[in-house]
Design a protein around this ligand. Sequence first.
Ligand code: PLP
Length: 394
Amino acid sequence: MQDYLREFKPAGRLLLGPGPANAHPRVLQAMAMPLLGHLDPDFLRLMDDVREMLRQVFQTGNGLTLPISGTGTAGMEAALVNMLEPGDTIVVGVNGFFGGRIAQIAERAGAKVVAVEHQWGRPLAPEAIKKGLDGQRKVKAVAMVHGETSTGVLTPLPELVRLAHEHDALFMVDAVTSLGGVDLRVDEWGIDVCFSASQKCLACPPGLAPTTFGARALAALDSRKTPVQSLYFDLNMLRTYWHQRSYHHTAPISMLFALREGLRLVLEEGLEARFARHKRVAAALCAGLEALGLELFAQEGYRLPQLTTVVIPDGVKDADVRGALLRDYNIEIGGGLGEYAGRLWRIGLMGHNATPANVLYLLSSLEEVLARQGFEVPLGQGVAAAQRALARSV
Ligand SMILES: Cc1ncc(COP(=O)(O)O)c(C=O)c1O
């Protein structure tokens, strides 16, 4: 029999990289439900549920809160092409790979991009963004990433939102990795546009990009002089589809079943409890890694709980370690991006995967793999330090 005719049965990996994370079993079960038509009354009710729960998770009352069909980049692209018109100026904070992607998309949308390049591994500093803003006559938007998955850095937002608004600019933020894992208060902080993705702390597969747009964003949309260049991401058309149910595109039905269940899980747990869980396991992981003599990359005080970055020690081969973890322990962790390829590991504890058991399993596996590589590792010390951290934080 040809190989491609055989049943495809992937190994049950533990996905501890930068995403996707493992989907919760209840989410996978929801995806196996029979399909509905995308204008079926039951499906329309589900769309309402999803929008309501998304509002709660984004901590917003925004009417225009909906999942875009596509992955996180689709959410990013939808946000940018709707808010920007050719010739508009946007200030983009770039302290990692995904900030760079925002700048690229904005440029393709015909905007003048002022990229504020900042050191990777550090949060975006208000002074740097202020410098970028001060040189410009009229700025349409300021955009940046909340939790940079390429570096494991969390940038505090409230001060940056204030700066953008002082310049009468919209504040747009990438919450692809942060949503559902750390506090993100769209209304209280004054965020105008926020986009995320289903496959990280929401514990769903990749395929949907939750987004929310506030009143200032809607005013910007309504006052456009040019049509949105993308039909698929045209918010006016999407708004009609989600609010008045007239056909725009065929919704990815099973993915919406998944997202509904993922959001239900978030709200059943409670936002505060979920954030605390991510924080607790991240602290244990960091304690364990440091006890092994490994150096953490992201600046202390600004570490993203759901994604920890580790400097690969001299003499240790990135591909061999990640290969051994995958082959021998069924664990996936991520490598570095851009100039940090081969220099960093990225370890994710996101959503359903943010558990003490996963921390201890990863640390014990990593210890063994590193020892095999000849790295002087104090065997057992990583696990012990993580256990102590967990015991202290019950
Ligand atoms: C912060 C951030 N923004 C955007 C993206 C792009 O999302 P996707 O790969 O789902 O298109 C990612 C993906 O990991 C991300 O981590």
